[in-house]
Design a protein around this ligand. Sequence first.
Ligand code: FES
Length: 248
Amino acid sequence: MKLNLKIWRQQNAGTEGKVVDYMLDDVSPDMSFLEMLDILNEKLIVKGDEPVAFDHDCREGICGACSLMINGVPHGPEKATTTCQLHMRKFHDGEEITIEPWRANAFPVIKDLVVDRSSFDRIIQKGGFISASTGNAPDGNAIPISKIDADLAMDNAACIGCGACVAACKNGSASLFVSAKVAHLGYLPQGQPERFRRVIAMVDQMDTEGFGSCSNTYDCEAACPKGISVRNIARMNRDYLKANLFGV
Ligand code: FES
């Protein structure tokens, strides 16, 4: 395949960026999207040019590092798929592909396609944990948890914190991310003692970081590579309201 890549290049957070065109030949349809960028970078290095900076770690769809806006869609055209799991067979020979970093005030660009997502870390530090003493690993059935709650907790624990929800949202809201983190602990008995304190602390930190508000457009759910449901946002808002009303 031959591709016309239009890639956002930006030296650092303090400089202006621009889209730069690259023609790339001999792209195998079996390559992943990141492998295609690796090939581009090898060619740039051989030519003495600076390679394109992009983020990645596991390349298995589990770490959430590989966050690219591909043709205006977070993680590209394949539903429920991270950029590292996207293959070039989803594109056609001669296609023009625009590649940009996440766009959100709370995710400033560090370089090229890499953004600073430490705002997510600070939200997690405010409440994405339980401090109940759990002792040694208990017997599997020692704390009865209904199948429904266990499944809901696991579904929400699938959030990899990639930030696609923020990038997709016209308000730059992190509500889907925060609500998944609130829910995956809040559905379990161990998460109950801090349930209401947690939701206040995490939502307040989300606001402090400069993320926008949710206005129910559901673009976040459509963009999420792990299929996190927007129903969590309603649950988070209910908990936040209860916590404030009853002074928890
Ligand atoms: S590199 Fe880890 S999810 Fe893509």
